[in-house]
Design a protein around this ligand. Structure first.
Ligand code: NAP
Length: 283
């Protein structure tokens, strides 16, 4: 029976810090404020937006919504981003991606003012993740994985970590954040040969591959800590991860659940970044 590394207590600890910072800022007449930019109305974006809005409201962070039609042009989106960049009352921006095909993701990301990039999408924020320089913020999901491991006291120094996935949103930044904690990190991709063996070798396995239940019992062994980033809805409407929980849980030492694991921490990381961005802008 594995220990279940629930996200809720991790989120609560982060929220406590954010709330204290918001109170300090409120006393100076500053309301940390997040701009939420959505193009179209994808169900998973709407659901994340509801979660973020609720969390912001609970912690004293303002939210301004900018919603564009799915057919909007890149120019229209760039105008919205420019407005956000110039608005001194906005401290952070969450931009839902992937963008529709008529838009150039790289150009849009580059248009956002780096100091308002609370979700690690600009090249400057990503450079900060890779160089460990105090610029920008890491992508929230990647940081959520690291926060969970830190909160539960998983000492990574000298440990072998396998990260399954190499996206800029999760895989690559999480690999860097765990490298900072002196883990020996192996990052896998869709061409990796013998993925089960590379997973079994690791002390900690972080799975961000976007394939429901793809990491099964053959990839795991006793003593491991597993962080499951995947989110999928199965045929019965239940949320599932990239890890087959029923096969993993009897084998490994500890595992994050889906739902209630990484996803539960991500919004708290984001709202914390908004408060920190506001604090650094007013200093
Ligand atoms: P992504 O952009 O689709 O990346 C998936 C990665 O997995 C790619 O690097 C891919 O390799 C790799 N991969 C695919 N099949 C593989 C295989 N058989 N063996 C090894 N690697 C393989 O996905 P993402 O945006 O990183 O997201 C990953 C998962 O996390 C998704 O399920 C997503 O829904 C979830 N997610 C959760 C949160 C949260 O807050 N909990 C936030 C964001 C995303 P290649 O590069 O070679 O294609």
């Amino acid at each position: 029976m594995a220990t279940i590394l629930k996200g809720a207590p991790v989120a609560a600890a982060l929220n406590e810090r954010t709330q204290a910072l918001c109170e300090e800022l409120n006393a100076k007449g500053i309301v940390p404020t997040l701009a939420v930019v959505r193009v179209g109305a994808r169900e998973d974006d709407l659901s994340y937006e509801r979660g973020v809005t609720k969390r912001c409201q609970a912690l004293g962070v303002g939210v301004k919504q900018f919603v564009l039609d799915a057919q909007a042009t890149q120019g229209e989106l760039l105008e919205v981003i420019d407005q956000i960049n110039r608005d001194k009352a906005i401290h952070g921006c969450l931009l839902f991606r992937p963008l529709p095909p008529q838009m150039d993701d790289r150009q849009v990301r580059a248009a956002l003012a780096p100091e308002k990039d609370v979700d690690g999408v600009t090249d400057l924020s990503l450079a900060g993740v890779f160089t460990n320089a105090p610029v920008g913020f890491p992508p929230c999901t990647a940081q959520a994985c690291a926060e969970i491991l830190d909160f539960y006291g998983v000492n990574l120094s000298g440990k072998r970590v396998t990260v399954v996935g190499r996206s800029l949103v999760v895989g690559k930044p999480v690999a860097m954040l765990l490298d900072r904690r002196n883990a020996t990190v192996t990052m896998c991709n869709s061409r990796t040969r013998d993925l089960p063996a590379i997973c079994r070798e690791a002390d900690v396995v972080v799975v961000a591959m976007g394939k429901m239940g793809a990491i099964g019992g053959d990839c795991l062994r006793p003593g491991q800590v597993v962080v499951d980033v995947g989110i999928h809805v199965d045929e019965t409407g239940k949320l599932r991860g990239d890890v087959c929980f029923d096969q993993a849980e009897p084998v490994v030492e500890a595992i994050t659940p889906v739902p209630g694991g990484v996803g539960a921490v991500t919004t708290s990381v984001l709202v914390g970044h908004v408060a920190q961005a506001a604090a650094s802008m007013c200093n």
